[in-house]
Design a protein around this ligand. Structure first.
Ligand code: ATP
Length: 516
């Protein structure tokens, strides 16, 4: 099945099974804003817990905070967001559609790359085992021509970004004859900058309204609390501050479901280090974060690093962890060595000394910072899309059946076990409820007595419930039940008293955290 079709199915599935709804749907929705439903919120909370535990519980030198969304407006002056947090936008006059100029250019570059890839595929088929890809790439005329186009485009693109030249971005779009994907025309406006921060007013106008912003990242709440935490927690370098919270960006083009939203959640950790030690810790955090992802078992090949060639003005090293979404490899998390840019900028704007006194060397300095920043919603989408599977299964009578299953890592699954009485009588429902009454302190359980057992299994496969426990007549006699495993569909007869241990072994975060 084409990846596009899988993505459509994942989006439809997320709605049908109570994971994600369009915001304000009864009013036709609000663009790029989503609500999490009854299963979505559980999955989201479990991701948050996995991240929080891996940061705060597992590392004695990392503590958490929860800072406010509203902040003093000067924060955004200091951080550079007021002057530089903008995207270059361009409108197509015929379709009235708005685009990010840099994205239009990147997509054009990807199209040329796709032509090269196609040539390689064709040649692979033609030459079979004798095919030498390296030689082909350096000798094939069509590949060389296209590669030259990409190189030239890259050069101009990087120069335009480096020099902040909006005119050159427009010229690239004109010269490469990039067309609007909707109207197909080249009738473009000029490129202009668009600040992504949402503005609002604090207080009533009479009291003297104050222009403030919805935070576009959670990191600044950490920086402005650096001194508070360092002093009250008597923290010694290196130490980290972690935070999970909402961020807001007025994205020009918000597409691809919850991949790019206008209101989203970030999980960020700022690690403060002695100047000069930042690259060592940057490398360490890259390693730790990729392990955190891979521990989930969705497939190591689904992750890759993308090291930034063009660094932001405040960074001296940066990489993204990209995930293989149904629409291709895209950024899931950023790891940045941010130098002392933010703390220094806040020191200058606030006039307060924001430094660290080093007992060992008897000197004060502004610490350097390594940041790990991951979008919770993108993480959610990565799990949902990698877990979604349509399977053809063979039934006991030899006929074939279809099932849709979410192979969500059991630790993150919204519901851990469903308890199903075989029939709605003979004391079986009571016994099922008793099992839940004992296990609900440990796990999120669901009781389900409607429809045939087969249908109930399918319903729970579709929301990723790792275990279904069936109570039958034998259960009354000998206090045993059958436990069915979601992924293998294998069924075992076990003692009711053993359920807690069996399930805990699968869903406890410990197994994941030990791999990091
Ligand atoms: P992109 O290049 O995709 O716009 P970014 O580089 O601006 O992302 P950062 O500012 O580094 O992103 O933010 C850190 C993380 O926050 C990203 O890796 C991503 O997971 C998440 N994120 C950023 N913007 C959005 C958004 N609009 N919707 C959902 N998640 C987002």
């Amino acid at each position: 099945m084409a990846n596009e079709d899988i993505f459509k199915k994942v989006v439809a599935h997320a709605k049908e099974y109570g994971f994600i709804f369009q915001s304000s749907e009864i009013y036709d929705g609000l663009s790029a804003v989503y609500d999490y439903g009854q299963n979505g919120v559980e999955l989201k909370n479990n991701i948050k817990n996995y991240w929080w535990d891996s940061m705060v519980k597992m590392n004695e030198e990392i503590v958490g905070i929860d800072s406010a969304i509203f902040m003093h407006p000067t924060v955004w002056k200091a951080s550079g967001h007021l002057s530089a947090f903008s995207d270059p936008l361009i409108d197509n006059k015929d379709s009235q559609k708005r685009y990010r100029a840099d994205v239009l250019i990147e997509e054009h570059r990807a199209k040329i790359q796709a032509k090269i890839d196609k040539e390689v595929e064709k040649a692979k088929k033609r030459f079979g085992d004798a095919f030498n890809e390296h030689e082909f790439l350096y000798t094939n005329q069509r590949v060389l021509e296209n590669q030259a186009k990409i190189d030239e485009l890259n050069n101009r693109f990087i120069n335009a970004l480096d020099s902040d030249s909006l005119d050159e971005l427009k010229q690239i779009i004109v010269d490469y004859e990039i067309v609007c994907p909707v109207s197909g025309s080249r009738n473009w406006t000029d490129v202009r900058q668009f600040n992504l921060m949402f503005e609002t007013k604090l207080g009533s106008l009479n009291e003297g309204a104050n222009q403030i912003y919805l935070r576009p990242e959670t990191a600044q709440g950490i920086f402005v609390n650096y001194l508070n935490v360092q002093k009250t927690g008597r923290m010694k370098l290196p130490f980290g501050i972690a935070q999970i919270g909402k961020a807001f960006r007025n994205e020009i083009v918000a597409r691809q479901f919850i991949f790019r939203m206008r209101e989203f959640e970030q999980m960020e950790m700022q690690y403060f280090v002695k100047p000069g030690e930042e690259i060592k810790f940057y490398e360490q955090w890259k390693e730790t974060r990729i392990k955190w992802h891979k521990a989930l078992g969705l497939g190591d090949e689904k992750y890759r690093f993308h090291n930034h060639e063009k660094l932001a003005h405040y960074a001296n090293a940066a990489a993204d962890i990209e995930f293989d979404f149904p629409f291709g490899f895209k950024e899931l998390e950023g790891i940045h060595s941010r130098t002392d840019f933010d703390l220094k900028a806040h020191q200058t704007e606030s006039g307060k000394k924001i430094q660290y006194f080093d007992n060992e060397t008897n000197e004060s300095y502004v610490p350097y910072v390594i940041e790990t920043s991951i979008g919770l919603d993108r993480m959610f989408l990565s799990i949902l899309s990698a877990s979604f599977n349509e399977e053809t299964i063979e039934k006991e009578d030899g006929t074939k059946d279809q099932r849709v299953v979410l192979n969500i890592p059991p630790q993150l699954a919204p519901v851990k076990l469903a308890v199903l009485p075989l029939v709605k009588k003979d004391g079986l429902p009571e016994m099922a409820r008793e099992i839940i009454a004992n296990l609900k302190y440990n796990f999120n359980c669901q009781y389900d007595e409607k429809d045939s057992i087969g249908k109930r299994y399918r319903r729970h496969d579709a929301i990723g419930t790792p275990f279904c426990v069936t109570v039958d007549h034998q259960s009354i006699e000998d206090k045993t039940v059958t436990i069915r495993y979601r992924d293998t569909m294998q069924q075992d007869r076990v003692n009711i008293d053993d359920l807690e241990k069996i399930i805990d072994d699968f869903v406890n975060f410990k197994t994941l955290l030990k791999k990091i």
